[in-house]
Design a protein around this ligand. Structure first.
Ligand code: RB5
Length: 144
């Protein structure tokens, strides 16, 4: 997906996985907007979810990836923004359905719950899968 930009952010629990996913995204041809954190010092995940939500709202990115220990805190925080549909995914099926049914625009991953290979698989499927449309359109509309 060349020339599109994806915003990525993590807290201290997700920072290592973020680095790995960043490299994967670059290989896939995405421009990556890394919004931190950049080290192991303890930080607050909502700050990073908010940063990705802001990047999407400003048109600086078309998709987002958030990584924390479970993916749960990041998804809760990101979904407080009306333009964000963040989905915590732990396998390829969830990642595919989050796109097909929910038109999710942010993928949340739990670095303490899934391994790096599963995370990479989720990412690839999330980015490759289109929204299915049809009966899902009015349902997604009701989310906003
Ligand atoms: C950090 O310890 C942890 O609470 C955070 O990464 C995340 O899992 C919260 O949902």
């Amino acid at each position: 997906m060349p020339q599109e930009t994806i915003a990525i952010a993590a807290d201290h629990a997700g920072v290592e996985l973020k680095s790995l996913l960043k490299a994967e995204l670059a290989t896939m041809g995405w421009n990556v907007l890394d919004l931190g954190t950049q080290g192991p010092a303890s930080v607050d995940y909502p700050d990073f979810a908010d940063a990705v939500a802001k990047a999407l709202a400003q048109g600086r990115a078309t998709r987002g990836v958030l990584v924390c220990g479970t993916g749960i805190g990041m998804s809760i925080a990101a979904n407080r923004h009306r333009h964000v549909r963040a989905a915590v995914c732990a396998d390829e099926t969830g990642a595919r359905l989050a796109r097909e049914h929910n038109d999710a625009n942010v993928l949340a991953l739990g670095a303490r719950l899934i391994g790096p290979e599963v995370a990479k698989d989720c990412l690839k499927v999330f980015l490759a899968t289109p929204f299915a449309g049809g009966r899902h359109v009015p349902r997604v509309a009701k989310l906003g």
